[in-house]
Design a protein around this ligand. Structure first.
Ligand code: F6R
Length: 260
């Protein structure tokens, strides 16, 4: 794991965007895994800026989103398809046919999940997966006790996650109980993982993810076994890390060519 601590979410997001841009420039037909929620908004803003001002080209890229609410159509303002269109897809030159988001309205949910896994395989697998983290340690919507080998499937959200996500719905009772999400195993298959975490409400999950034991009670902790996992955070999210000074020292001492 590489731990990158920056003073603010803006600075961490800018660095993470540089990494995504580097991946896209190295491999224009890169397969990106995308996350939603409050955390990646600044990263997407920066990617849009790089597209507009520095010609960052998405025309050959493919995108797979992590998850979607069951029962929300793509044009619902709280759906993750709507979120992605608003924050990234409609502002860059990605082809709509290469944008994939699980269909929360599918009648046959197991078939939809199998098709999603097959589409990822057909695209050649995910090169770079962007992740946020829930305050309970979920990645995608793999809530605590999710199988660490799981694949795309339906999951039931915890009350805590529904409360955390109520801000976009207005009221917790309107937050769907079910989601379709890539599994932990699906996420672990990606060739590189870029997780972002901001704010003190993520500090406990980050400390347990980075320094705690690997456990299905903290699904993100499995990233300790990923070959290339970069964890970007602000000072507040880093607040409970025992070895914070060491991680900063390592990052500051890196030669420029290693800092993407
Ligand atoms: C969203 C997702 C979730 C979020 C997590 C954090 O696609 O997969 O794991 O990343 O719930 O959400 P925010 O960023 O809103 O705190």
């Amino acid at each position: 794991m590489e731990i990158i601590i920056q003073p603010t979410p803006e600075e961490a997001s800018r660095l993470a965007a540089r990494l995504v841009a580097h991946a896209l420039r190295e491999k224009p037909d890169c397969v990106l895994g995308m996350a939603t929620g409050g955390t990646p908004v600044k990263l997407y803003e920066e990617l849009v800026r790089l597209h507009v001002e520095e010609d960052l080209d998405f025309s050959r890229a493919t995108a797979f989103n992590l998850d979607e609410y069951v029962g929300l159509p793509g044009d619902h303002p709280c759906s993750y398809r709507y979120f992605m269109e608003e924050h990234l897809y409609r502002h860059v030159n990605i082809s709509p046919e290469r944008v994939h988001i699980p269909n929360g309205m599918a009648e046959d949910i197991p078939a939809e999940c199998e098709m999603y896994e097959a589409a990822i395989r057909t695209a050649g697998g995910i090169d770079m997966q962007i992740l946020g983290i829930g305050s309970d340690g979920h990645i995608g919507f793999n809530e605590p006790t999710s199988s660490l080998a799981s694949r795309t499937r339906i999951k039931t959200l915890t009350d805590k996650t529904r409360r955390d996500n109520a801000r976009t719905f207005g009221s917790v009772k309107d937050v769907p109980k079910h989601v379709l999400t890539m599994g932990v195993g699906t996420i672990m298959d990606s060739r590189q993982v870029v997780l972002l975490a901001f704010g003190s409400q993520k500090a406990n999950a980050i400390a347990r993810t980075v320094e705690g034991p690997i456990s299905a009670m903290m699904p993100a902790s499995i990233l300790q076994t990923h070959r290339v996992a970069k964890i970007f955070m602000d000072e507040e999210a880093a607040g409970l890390l025992e070895r914070k000074a060491y991680y900063k020292w390592v990052f500051e001492g890196k030669p420029d060519w290693q800092k993407f």
